[in-house]
Design a protein around this ligand. Structure first.
Ligand SMILES: [Zn+2]
Length: 116
């Protein structure tokens, strides 16, 4: 099963503050993310990403969603598809970045342990 098939939950109501700068973000998303531990077992996990107007500035996918949310305080049914497309693009970018970081951390740990 591909991770791309996993459910992504986008939360618009009362999302948590940004873990980096503490700004309240307009939206957060949770997605399942699993990785393999040192013995090769799959470890399931949930990751959460915040859309932060400060930290995510200048990221095209984040900017697109931020700009949309800035002019749409409430979502009309006719706008749901646009919102869905913008949030999916943002989550894809945020998710890829988090996975990269996970791999970097993992490789760092392994190199420290003399496994690489
Ligand atoms: Zn931030």
């Amino acid at each position: 099963m591909s991770e791309e098939d996993d459910a992504i939950v986008v939360q618009l109501a009362d999302p948590p503050n940004c873990p980096r700068c503490g700004e309240p973000g307009p939206v957060s998303a949770q997605f399942s993310h699993s990785w393999k531990n040192a013995s090769g077992e799959k470890v399931p996990g949930i990751r959460e990403v915040m859309l932060c107007p400060v930290c995510n500035r200048d990221e095209p996918a984040a900017d697109g969603l931020l700009a949309f949310l800035a002019v749409h305080e409430t979502l009309e049914p006719s706008e749901l598809e646009t919102f869905h497309n913008l949030s999916a693009a943002w989550v894809a970018v945020a998710r890829a970045r988090q996975v990269d970081q996970q791999q970097l951390d993992d490789e760092y740990e392994r190199s420290r342990n003399g496994e690489l």
